[in-house]
Design a protein around this ligand. Structure first.
Ligand code: 5GP
Length: 143
């Protein structure tokens, strides 16, 4: 059982930004940049190699929708990196498939592989996480 199984089961808390029957999106604790979100299938999949077609469709279809909501939540966001690490050799540290959506800001100074190499969690209070999650959540249904 991974930390993301526990988040999906509700055994440990997370700052949720989107949820449907099949997919959950919540803030990455590390906040590589403000709004850094993880998208996961609710059905346990270890990594990209373990997806059945139905689960892949359900998860991948949500990526543009969630990306648009993140971008709309903060007018300073000008781009988003989408990254998924698969297998320990590729830097996967939580063995539950997840898609990093990392907002980018003009001149944010970041380059290269972003997650999980940067941990900004010390700069985020519960109130700050919640405010970001709420701003993203408020964008769904506006389209
Ligand atoms: P990976 O290295 O597997 O691509 O990314 C794992 C990500 O999970 C990291 O960016 C890390 O910050 C995040 N993470 C680890 N533990 C937790 C947690 O308990 N809650 C949340 N929201 N994110 C976590």
């Amino acid at each position: 059982m991974t930390i993301f199984d526990k988040i999906i089961n509700g055994d440990i808390p997370s700052y949720k930004v989107y949820e449907n029957q099949d997919v959950l999106a919540f803030l990455d604790i590390s906040q590589v940049t403000p709004g850094h979100t993880l998208v996961v299938p609710k059905k346990h999949v270890d990594d990209i190699f373990g997806y059945d077609t139905d689960t892949a469709q359900k998860v991948l279809l949500q990526l543009p929708i969630i990306a648009r909501a993140i971008k709309a939540s903060n007018s300073d966001i000008t781009g988003i990196n989408i990254q998924s690490n698969n297998g320990p050799s590729a830097g996967q540290s939580v063995l539950y498939s997840h898609w990093h959506l990392i907002p980018r800001f003009d001149n944010d100074g970041l380059t290269g592989t972003l997650a999980p190499t940067i941990d900004n969690s010390a700069e985020f209070s519960p109130e700050r996480y919640q405010k970001i999650a709420d701003a993203i959540k408020a964008q769904f249904g506006k389209e």
